[in-house]
Design a protein around this ligand. Structure first.
Ligand code: IMP
Length: 187
C-alpha cells in the first residue's frame, strides 16, 4: 500500500492484491494502442460509465494517439450492495448525439452484464455508426447476458474487487491497484 494512503486504509482491510499498478499501466497502454489503431481515420466518441470508469478513462485517454471525443453516462443499478439486480435507471444521460458516431463504451467491470446489456440496448436505439465495449475487468463466471467485449484488460475470478475506480460503499476508488477486501468488511 502506498504511504499516502496509509492514513485512510490499512493493510488489515485488504485480503489480496489481484492486479498491481504496473500491470494495470501496461494493459491500459496496450488498450490505448489498440484503440488508436482500430479507430484511425475516425474520431471515436469514448463514453465512460460513471463513476467506476474515471481512473481508467483518465489514464486511457492519454494513451490514445488519435483525436477522440469524450462523454459520460451514469446508470444506477438497484439491489444488494455487492450484487447487480438488472433494474437500472439513467441518472445522467449523454450530452452528445451519438447518431452516426463510432461509440466506444468504457466500463470498469463487466460482471453479470445486466447493466451493460441495458445500456447497450438504449444506446443502439440512438443509431450510432458502431457501438463497442472496452472494459478494465471481465468477471465471466457470473455472466447472465451474452455481451461482445471488443477490448478487455483483465479477466478476474468471481471475487468482489475494489480500487482503480471501483468502490465498495463509495470507498476505495483511490487505491491505485485492484484488490479484494477482507470478507468481514462486506457484511
Ligand atoms: P453487472 O450489471 O453485474 O455487470 O455489474 C455492473 C456494475 O456493478 C459495475 O459497473 C460495477 O459498478 C458493479 N460491480 C460489479 N462487480 C463489482 C466488483 O467486483 N467490484 C465493484 N463493483 C462491481
Amino acid at each position: 500500500m502506498p504511504k499516502y494512503l496509509a492514513g485512510k486504509y490499512s493493510h488489515s482491510q485488504i485480503a489480496e492484491v489481484l492486479i498491481d499498478a504496473p500491470a494495470i499501466e501496461a494493459r491500459v497502454a496496450d488498450l490505448g494502442a489498440a484503440i488508436s489503431r482500430d479507430y484511425a481515420g475516425t474520431i471515436p466518441l469514448l463514453v465512460g460509465v460513471l463513476r467506476g470508469c474515471i481512473v481508467l478513462m483518465a489514464d486511457l485517454l492519454r494513451q490514445i494517439t488519435i483525436p477522440v471525443n469524450l462523454d459520460f453516462i451514469a446508470i444506477s443499478s438497484y439491489g444488494p450492495t455487492t450484487r447487480s439486480s438488472g433494474v437500472v435507471r439513467i441518472q445522467k444521460d449523454l450530452e452528445t448525439s451519438i447518431e452516426g458516431r463510432h461509440v466506444l463504451l468504457i466500463e470498469d467491470i463487466v460482471d453479470t452484464g445486466l447493466t451493460l446489456g441495458y445500456t447497450l440496448r438504449m444506446l443502439r436505439s440512438r443509431k450510432p455508426a458502431s457501438l463497442a465495449v472496452g472494459t478494465l475487468l471481465d468477471k465471466p463466471a457470473r455472466r447472465l447476458v451474452d455481451i461482445d467485449l471488443k477490448y478487455r484488460c483483465f479477466e478476474i475470478p468471481d471475487k468482489f474487487v475494489v480500487g482503480y475506480g471501483l468502490d465498495f460503499d463509495q470507498l476505495y476508488r483511490n487505491l491505485p491497484f485492484i484488490c479484494v477486501l477482507r470478507p468481514e468488511l462486506y457484511s
